[in-house]
Ligand binder design. Structure first.
Ligand code: AMP
Ligand code: MG
Length: 487
């Protein structure tokens, strides 16, 4: 072990220290032959980590928790959660570890977390492992979301372990190094509440306030304010998902953060042809987490958070319920406001436009896009050209041309700002067939397609020559897309 190299990195084990009740000290499984597949150099720089070191054999072992500073205290975090509506009292990091936290250029600490680092006491029947495809998938999707200005956990690296992992067939194992402002979830509060230890629950809430919402920590009722802040953050987050056609796929309460960052990229996908009922996850047979249900599910999850916080919100249970219900009542308005504001931006509306006129145009357009099952991303991207007087491409995606022409005439009369539209309507999203192409190549050892895809989705709003194939929907031969979680 060369202490000199990794002594430059320190992991503050704050969560491990302060929340022993919710953190089991644990070690990452030793990888037989770790090979760095992809490193996020920009993120490394933000974290003041030296990319050259991270690429070295010692650095790669640091990235998977195999060579960590002697004073690091990796832990598996405990949490509970409602999975597809069913309560599981003890989930926790079955195949993940929190290494600790490091500083970030923005002044806010970040947690470094491993996914696929071996069985923990929460592993139940799982093998604790992850495989190359799904970990690279999280890398691509999370970084694409970040580039779309959507709050999300980040991906620092994916390292192949050199171990063969048994799935339906043997697949190459991998560990994802994840970065987040914290890994506090709704399920963390459900777990703390279920212990019956109100002191623990209060400490966790104080920690969440200080870490994510410091400006409201001094509110008259800080715990109600915390609940309200998470409601606002999630209303805004889910609106952003909806505005780019993102389907998370597994919105269990353990996969919903307190920070408002998107977390747990398992069976998620970007919608192509606009379909409110879009669902990709192979296990979501009832469509619980379909595109259109996401706001309602978020609200349902937040109700579970409210229940967990009740003893802190008011000493009197009935009073606490009244306050929590009132707070939760704000979700729908905040979600709708965020969505409507985002839609107006997508349509290039200028400030000061009459709200009713704008809303009517938004609603009519959404109905037209839905009726046409138009490719969601490219339609809005083409619409900016319609604002410039070149309606052809957008118009060509519509089934009811007369209705679209009538709509477009009213819209253009308002002088939509085409350049502003280009700043919010992405040209490049991680299209499902492109992601699959990249993962298939990477699993076979060719990282080229992934690197090119990252180039496109890493700067989604600026169209560049040579990247045309990333702007078009999957060919029919790609077939209906299915995604899988827990892989
Ligand atoms: P997820 O659906 O990815 O949020 O995972 C739900 C729960 O299953 C979490 O507690 C995970 O830690 C656990 N889990 C998923 N896959 C595995 C695995 N291969 N081994 C152990 N635990 C797992
Ligand atoms: Mg999860």
């Amino acid at each position: 072990m060369s202490d000199i190299a990794h002594s430059t990195v320190t992991f503050d084990g704050r969560f491990a220290r302060d929340f022993k009740e919710m953190a089991i000290p644990w070690r990452a499984e030793e990888a037989p032959d770790p090979q760095l597949l992809v490193l996020n150099e920009a993120l490394a720089a933000e974290l003041a980590l030296d990319p050259a070191f991270l690429r070295s054999p010692e650095g790669v072992r640091l990235l998977i928790g195999n060579a960590i500073p002697a004073d690091a205290t990796p832990v598996a975090q405990a949490y509970a959660g409602h999975q597809f509506g069913w309560y599981a009292p003890r989930l926790g990091d079955g195949r993940a570890l929190l290494l600790g936290e490091v500083g970030h250029a923005d002044g806010h600490p970040r947690e470094i977390h491993l996914k696929g680092s071996g069985r923990t006491p929460f592993a139940r029947n799982g093998d604790g492992r992850a495989v190359v495809g799904p970990m690279l998938r999280e890398f691509i999707l999370s970084e694409a979301m970040h580039a779309l200005n959507i709050p999300t956990t980040r991906s620092l690296a994916v390292v192949a372990t050199g171990r063969s992992v048994q799935r339906e067939s043997p697949l190459p194992g991998a560990v994802l190094t994840r970065v987040a402002s914290s890994h506090l979830r709704v399920g963390s509060f459900q777990y703390a509440r279920s212990t019956g230890d109100i002191g623990l629950l209060r400490r966790l809430a104080d920690y969440a306030l200080a870490r994510h919402y410091p400006s409201i920590a001094a509110a008259g009722n800080p715990y109600l304010a915390l609940f309200q802040a998470v409601i606002s953050a999630q209303a805004s987050l889910v609106a952003r998902w909806m505005l780019v056609g993102f389907v998370h796929g597994v919105m269990n309460t353990d996969n919903m953060t307190i920070s408002g960052e998107t977390i747990d990229y398992g069976p998620c996908a970007f919608m192509e042809g606009f379909d409110p009922g879009a669902v990709y996850s192979s296990i979501d047979e009832a469509g619980r987490y379909a595109y259109r249900n996401q706001p309602v599910v978020a609200e349902w999850n937040l109700a579970r958070l409210g229940e967990s916080l009740l003893p802190l919100i008011h000493d009197d249970q009935e009073q606490a319920v009244v306050l929590a219900v009132e707070a939760l009542g704000g979700f729908r308005r905040q979600y709708s406001d965020a969505w409507a504001a985002g839609m107006k931006a997508k349509l290039g509306f200028r400030a000061g436009l009459d709200d009713e006129v704008a809303s009517a145009l938004v609603d009519e357009l959404v109905a037209l896009v839905q009726e046409s099952r138009a490719d969601y991303t490219s339609f809005f991207r083409h619409l900016a050209n319609a604002a410039r007087g070149r309606a052809g491409a957008a118009r060509g995606m519509m089934v009811d041309l007369a209705a679209f022409d009538a709509w477009a005439e009213r819209w253009r009369a308002l002088g939509p700002d085409a350049d502003a539209m280009d700043r919010v309507n992405p040209a490049y999203i991680p299209r499902n067939h492109m992601v699959e192409e990249a993962l298939t190549a990477a699993t076979g050892g060719n990282m080229g397609p992934l690197q090119r895809l990252m180039e496109a989705v890493g700067s989604p709003f600026v169209e560049r020559p040579g990247l045309e194939r990333y702007t078009v929907p999957a060919p029919d031969s790609f077939g209906p897309y299915r995604t899988f979680c827990g892989t």
